[in-house]
Write a protein that binds this ligand. Structure first.
Ligand code: FAD
Length: 497
């Protein structure tokens, strides 16, 4: 077996892993990045994301930044335990540190380090500009910023700087297991290269930055439950994220955190192989299942998170597909095509019976669904840009906004499936990105950053993932390197004495 020695091993080549590698390198550590994918596909979700960041500008957080993180940071926490969290963290019992509540210090560190991290990323030549989401209804989002060239450009800039600074990159190297010394400290990893060739790497510390489990159907089935098999990862890079970091850390006693039953998703055209082929015009029509029946409120509101709700509802349908049907009145909405990123044209039909035939769903059921829906629509003013209150009456499920009859041919349809962007369940760290064990103590030598860490419950605050990966990756690398330096100093002092 090949064996290699470094100061720091980083598992994963996304924004979290590369930020960890670069910050450790800049602080004097000898670093290796271990990546399961081949070089031309490396980078997980980061490679494919546009990377919207929840910032007003590159110098300022969005106003709601800490608020939305705190809001998504727990489910139904015990108030007595939350009150106990107000005491200094050093005084907390272990059970508090591993509770399913994101530590306030983690949130304040995220907020406090976000802008300095953007400044740090700019030193690698990454540029940031203001941005808007391409959604028609989903406009109730805060100010947003994107890196020019998206996640791919960030990845390229960091990899180039890492190569120039001496970081070693091992591709097609899938990490399987963490190695510990007798004292329980993590001192390396066991990995496999191509042809199942075992490789061992030794180091003083390891950063897990291997993403979530959106590429692992079995884990999705186990945690997300019924219909999980209907979910498709939103981009090719997500297939490499199989929850390995979570599994490896849990195997040595790490605490779990985050909402394992929830995932953030967008509805995409099932016929398209394009990255994030989202279709967000469903609020202007109806969505039926393969039985020809509506199953959810298509017009809940303008909040970005309504896309998640639609995906979760589609996931539970018999074949995991929701058929979004609009009529010719969609053409009245200026620039509605901006909300369609599919590369496939809509399925078009002159009548509902013809549409049903093209979709292979029962025609009589579809016609009855549309008849009932049209009968429940009420007069009022349709306003596409905001929740217009044009709701149905006397029908289940209700449609809360943008309810106009589906009555003008031609009828158009996109078959939608849920595409997962990020899973919420992961392992728990403190604000230094050190992994905690189930007793609330740090596992020596083990760090984690990015989507492998679970911090959200019940919903996902949009545009926080890439930033989180960068902030805590950077913290992990610097913290580990500072420890190495302190140990080197101590060793020198001991030798001199
Ligand atoms: C299409 C798309 C759009 C998105 N839009 C946004 C957005 O606008 N804003 C936002 O904030 N977030 C967005 N996200 C989510 C965001 O991109 C990710 O959450 C974030 O990039 C995760 O970074 P990461 O470094 O934790 O993981 P990743 O970038 O997924 O990297 C994980 C890496 O670990 C590697 N790996 C996995 N297992 C192993 C193993 N056993 N051994 C070695 N290597 C392994 C993978 O190959 C991968 O390279 C989007 C994601 C996608 C796919």
């Amino acid at each position: 077996m090949t064996s290699n020695a470094f100061d720091l091993l980083v598992v994963g080549h996304g924004i979290a892993g590369l930020s960890a590698a670069l910050s450790a390198m800049q602080n004097g550590a000898k670093v290796a990045v271990l990546e399961r994918a081949p070089v031309e596909e490396a980078g997980g979700c980061t490679r494919y994301t546009e990377a919207y960041l929840r910032l007003k500008s590159e110098d300022e957080l969005s106003d709601d930044f800490e608020g939305v993180l705190a809001d998504a940071g727990s489910a139904n926490p015990d108030p007595a335990l939350v009150a106990a969290m107000m005491r200094p963290a050093g005084e907390w019992p272990g059970i508090l540190r591993t509770m399913s509540v994101t530590d306030p210090e983690f949130i304040s560190t995220f907020a406090g380090k976000a802008i300095p991290t953007i400044k740090w990323l700019k030193t690698f030549g990454i540029r940031f500009i203001p941005a808007r989401l391409p959604h028609i209804t989903g406009r109730e989002h805060p100010g947003l910023v994107v890196p020019v060239g998206g996640g791919y450009a960030m990845m390229e800039a960091l990899v180039n700087a890492g190569r120039a600074g001496g970081v070693a990159f091992y591709y097609e190297t899938a990490v399987r297991r963490l190695l510990q010394d007798e004292a329980g400290a993590v001192v390396g990893v066991h990995a496999v290269a191509r042809q199942n060739r075992p490789v061992e790497f030794r180091a003083k510390a390891v950063v897990l930055a291997s993403g979530g489990f959106e590429g692992n159907p079995q884990m999705l089935q186990r945690y997300v439950g019924k219909g999980a098999i209907n979910i498709r990862p939103v981009a090719r890079g997500c297939y490499y994220n199989q929850g390995d970091g979570i599994r490896m850390a849990c195997a040595i006693g790490a605490a779990q955190s985050g909402d394992y039953g929830y995932y953030h998703a967008v509805p995409v055209d099932s016929r398209s192989g394009r990255t994030e082929a989202k279709v967000l015009i469903f609020p202007f029509g109806i969505v039926v299942n393969n039985l020809g029946k509506r199953f959810t409120d298509e017009g809940v509101g303008t909040e970005y998170r309504t896309f998640d709700a639609m995906c979760h509802a589609i996931q539970a349908q018999p074949n995991g597909t929701g058929y979004a049907i609009v009529d010719a009145k969609i053409n009245d909405i200026p620039e509605f095509t901006k909300a369609i990123l599919s590369d496939r044209p809509p399925i078009e039909a002159a009548s509902l019976a013809e549409m049903a035939q093209k979709l292979a769903i029962p025609a009589a059921a579809l016609e009855e669904t549309v008849r009932a829906f049209n009968g429940a629509c009420r007069p009022g003013r349709f306003i596409e840009m905001r929740a217009d209150g044009l709701a149905t009456a006397g029908i289940e499920p209700k449609k809360s906004n943008w309810a106009r009859p589906i009555d003008r041919a031609p009828f158009l349809c996109y078959p939608l499936i849920p595409a997962s962007i990020i899973t919420m369940g992961g392992i728990k760290t403190n604000a230094n990105a050190q992994v905690l064990n189930a007793e609330g103590d740090c596992i020596p030598g083990l760090y984690a950053a990015g989507a492998v860490v679970g911090i959200f419950y019940r919903h996902y605050p949009a545009a926080t993932s890439v930033l989180r990966g960068a902030v805590f990756g950077c913290i992990a690398g610097a913290h580990a390197a500072a420890k190495f330096e302190a140990e080197r100093c101590e060793a020198r002092t001991t030798t001199t004495a």
